[in-house]
Write a protein that binds this ligand. Structure first.
Ligand code: PGA
Length: 238
């Protein structure tokens, strides 16, 4: 893709196509700055009657632990202000893991069960961290397959501090779908924009799979499409 706008439009078009084919599609959705353009396109498509969310079921990838759902930096708040407040998705079809510190394991197990009960994810949209994370599956010696509680890495805390007044306000923990929950989706689209993602994209597509670059596991999935702009693609070998 030439630029971010193009990438956002194409991603929205693929998602809309999925919903046109199957109106009760189960969508896995990301947050972060990368998908903002895609959500803006989806909202304008909805206003032009080009997409109907009334039967769509959504599962968000992750959520911070310790932020109330109405906190402006919570992913719940993000999803409502970027998408759900502007389209006709049913409240009961929207799933965002909300984890009170007390019982993360139960919340995680229930979230997995809800995905299963919905019939599994048809289309999962992903961003990628500068360190190669997907969801909040951070580089490590091993990765969890299922939805789980995670301690965020310094790099992620640093990267996400731009959204908070100070670095100290960034939550240290989150709940995230595991790499197995992500890999179980029928189709996956990963979006990356900007030079800061170039290294992660190049490592992800290297041909080697390593838990040190969680996104590299996607090479094992049968239907992944990666949408990158010129800058994010700049370190890919020709
Ligand atoms: P970003 O985050 O879109 O804000 O860069 C992506 C991610 O960390 O997955």
């Amino acid at each position: 893709m030439d630029n971010y706008n193009e990438l956002s439009k194409q991603a929205a078009e693929i998602l809309a196509e999925q919903v046109r084919k199957k109106n009760d599609s189960v969508l896995g959705l990301p947050t972060g700055s990368t998908p903002e353009g895609m959500y803006a396109c989806l909202v304008s498509m909805y206003k032009n009657s080009e997409i109907d969310f009334s039967a769509v079921v959504t599962f968000n990838l992750d959520e911070y632990v310790g932020l109330p759902p109405d906190h402006p930096q919570s992913y719940n708040y993000y999803m409502h202000s970027n998408l759900f407040d502007h389209v006709n998705a049913k409240k009961s079809n929207i799933h965002i893991p909300h984890c009170k510190e007390q019982d993360p394991d139960l919340i995680c197990r229930e979230y997995e069960q809800e995905i299963k009960n919905a019939g599994g994810i048809d289309l999962q949209i992903l961003g990628i961290g500068t360190n190669g994370h997907i969801g909040f599956n951070e580089p490590d010696q091993f990765l969890y397959t299922k939805t789980h509680l995670v301690e965020l890495t310094e790099e992620t805390i640093e990267a996400n501090s731009r959204f908070f007044k100070s670095r100290d306000e960034v939550p240290l923990k989150a709940v995230t779908m595991g790499v197995g929950s992500i890999m179980a989706a029928e189709k996956i689209i990963l979006l990356a924009s900007g030079e800061s993602k170039a290294e992660a994209i190049s490592e992800m597509c290297s041909g080697k799979v390593t838990t040190r670059v969680p996104a590299s596991l996607l090479q094992l999935h049968r239907e992944v499409t990666v949408f990158v702009d010129r800058e994010a693609a700049s370190l890919l070998k020709k």
